[in-house]
Ligand binder design. Structure first.
Ligand code: TGC
Ligand code: FAD
Length: 389
C-alpha cells in the first residue's frame, strides 16, 4: 500500500484527473520558486510588484484560466480552484490578484461584454499586460450592494458617472475598472479605463490584513464615457452578483491553501520543537490539534472538489457556493489560529507564515460576502424566508 501523505489523509489526489494534478503541481512549483521567497517582505512593506506579478501569472496561464477563448485556457472549474489553492498557500493577496483579474473583471467582460469589448481587453488581461479591477462596494454599501449611490446618467449618447467605490483590489494598478452604477434602467456595469478625466484612485494604507495586495478607493467625478463603455448584457444586481459566484468559488479552494500551508508548518514545527524533553508532536494534546485540523482540511477539500464537479456539470447554485465559502473560510481561519498556538512565540513573526495567513483570512472572511451574508443565504434556502429585508 502507498504510504499516506500527512497533508492528504483523505486521498483527495485520487479524485483529481492527471491534468488537474499537473496544473496544480505547476502552479505550486512556480509559487515556491518565484513568489514564496518574497512574500514576507511584500507583506511587511505592504508593497507588491503588481505589474511584474501580473505578467508572470499571465505566463503561467492562470489569469481567466477557466474562461473559453480570447487567450484563456478553458480549464475545468476544479483545475481553476486548485490553482487558487496553490496561490493562496503562498498568500491570500496573490490569489486575490488572480481572482479579481480572472473571476471578476475578466468574467464581467467575458459574460456581459460586447464582442469589441472582449477583443479589446481579454487577450491582454489573460497575458497580464492589462490589469483589471471590480468596483462594487462603496463606503456605505458593502453587504447590501443594492443600496449603492454611484450613479450613471445620460448626456446625449455619453454616460456621466459620479460616485465612490471603496476597498477595491488592484484598484490603483488597474488599466481598466469594471464599475457598477445605478441608472434609470437599474444597475449597469461600465468599463472605465485608467486615465479617464475625473477618475482617481487612492490606496488604502495601514492595513493589518492582505498587505501583499493593492486595495484602493476609486473616485468618479463627472467621468464621461462613450455609449459603448457600458456592458450590454448585464442588467440589474444579478450582473455583479453573477461575477461574485465565480470569485467565491475560487475562494472555496483558495482558503484551504492558506490552511494547508499553516498545517504543514505546524506539523514540521511540532516535530522539531522539543518541550519537556520530548518532541512537541508526541504530546496527545498536540496530536489532537493536528488530527482535528487534518480532518477539517480534508472535509473542506471534499466539499471543494464536489462543488467543482457540480460547477463543471452546470449544477452549481449560489446557495451551494455559499455553503463552500462559509465553511471553508471559517475552518481555514480556525486552522490558521490553532497552528499559531503550536508555534508558540515563533508563531507571531513573519519568519513563519501562520499569523500572516490568519490575518489575511480576516479579509477573506469579510470580502466576497461576509460569513453572516452567506449564513443568511443558506438560511433563506433552508426556510424559504429571505432575512435581508
Ligand atoms: P436579491 O433581491 O436577493 O437579488 C437581486 C437580484 O440578484 C439576483 N441574485 C443573484 N444572481 C446571481 N448570483 C447570485 N449569487 C445572486 N444572488 C441574487 C436575484 O435573483 C435578483 O435578480 P433579479 O433579476 O430578480 O433582479 O438581492 P439583495 O439586495 O437582497 O442582496 C442579496 C445579497 C445580500 C445576498 C447580496 O447582495 C450579496 O451577496 N451581498 C454581499 C456583497 C458582496 O459579496 N460583495 C463583494 C464585492 S467584490 C469583493 O469583495 C472582491 S474581494 C477580492 C477577491 O475576491 O479576492
Ligand atoms: P458591512 O456590510 O457594513 O457589514 C458589517 C458587519 O455587519 C459584517 O459583520 C456583516 O456581516 C454584518 N451584516 C451586514 N448585514 C447583515 C445582516 N443582514 N444581518 C446580520 N449581520 C449583517 N469590494 C469590491 O467591490 N471589489 C473588491 O475588489 C474588493 N476587495 C476587497 C479587498 C479587501 C482586502 C477587503 C477587506 C474588502 C474588499 N471588498 C471589495 C469589499 C468587501 O466585499 C466588503 O468589505 C464586504 O462585502 C462587506 O462590506 P462592508 O465592509 O461594508 O461591511
Amino acid at each position: 500500500a502507498q504510504p499516506v501523505h500527512p497533508l492528504d489523509l483523505f486521498g483527495i489526489d485520487t479524485l483529481l484527473s492527471d491534468e488537474e494534478r499537473d496544473i496544480r503541481d505547476t502552479v505550486r512549483s512556480m509559487g515556491d520558486r518565484e513568489l514564496r521567497p518574497h512574500v514576507a517582505e511584500w507583506f511587511e512593506t505592504g508593497a507588491i510588484p503588481a505589474r511584474e506579478l501580473a505578467l508572470s501569472l499571465g505566463e503561467l496561464g492562470v489569469l481567466g484560466m477557466h474562461l473559453q477563448g480570447y487567450g484563456c485556457a478553458g480549464t475545468s472549474a476544479v483545475a481553476y480552484g486548485l490553482a487558487c489553492m496553490e496561490l493562496e498557500a503562498v498568500d491570500s493577496g496573490l490569489r486575490s490578484l488572480v481572482s479579481v483579474q480572472g473571476s471578476l473583471a475578466m468574467y464581467a467582460i467575458w459574460k456581459y461584454g460586447s464582442e469589441e469589448q472582449k477583443q479589446q481587453w481579454l487577450p491582454g488581461m489573460a497575458a497580464g499586460r492589462f490589469i483589471g479591477c471590480f468596483g462594487l462596494t462603496e463606503p456605505d454599501a458593502g453587504s447590501d450592494p443594492g443600496s449603492m449611490r454611484t450613479r450613471a446618467t445620460r448626456d446625449g449618447s455619453d454616460w456621466v458617472l459620479n460616485g465612490t467605490k471603496m476597498w477595491i483590489t488592484n484598484g490603483s494598478v488597474s488599466d481598466v475598472a469594471v464599475v457598477w452604477a445605478r441608472t434609470d434602467d437599474g444597475v449597469r456595469g461600465f468599463l472605465v479605463p485608467a486615465g479617464t478625466p475625473g477618475f482617481t484612485r487612492n490606496d488604502i494604507k495601514q492595513k493589518l490584513s492582505l498587505r501583499a495586495s493593492v486595495t484602493s478607493e476609486l473616485v468618479l467625478e463627472d467621468v464621461r464615457l462613450p455609449a459603448d463603455a457600458m456592458l450590454p448584457q448585464a442588467r440589474g444586481l444579478s450582473g455583479p452578483l453573477g461575477c461574485l459566484n465565480e470569485a467565491r468559488f475560487g475562494i472555496v479552494f483558495g482558503a484551504l491553501g492558506a490552511a494547508r500551508d499553516c498545517l504543514e508548518t505546524a506539523i514540521s514545527y511540532a516535530a522539531d520543537r522539543t518541550v519537556f524533553d520530548r518532541p512537541l508532536a508526541g504530546f496527545q494534546l498536540t496530536q489532537q490539534k493536528l488530527a482535528d485540523m487534518s480532518l477539517e482540511l480534508g472535509k473542506g477539500m471534499l466539499l471543494a472538489v464536489h462543488l467543482g464537479r457540480l460547477k463543471d456539470a452546470g449544477r452549481i447554485t449560489p446557495e451551494r457556493i455559499s455553503l463552500g465559502k462559509l465553511n471553508n473560510v471559517r475552518e481555514a481561519i480556525a486552522i490558521a489560529r490553532e497552528c499559531r498556538t503550536v508555534l508558540g512565540a515563533n508563531g507571531i513573526t513573519l519568519e513563519y507564515p501562520v499569523l500572516r495567513h490568519a490575518n489575511n483570512l480576516e479579509s477573506v472572511l469579510t470580502y466576497e460576502g461576509t460569513s453572516e451574508v452567506h449564513s443568511l443565504v443558506i438560511g433563506g434556502a433552508v426556510t424559504g424566508i429571505a432575512a435581508f429585508r
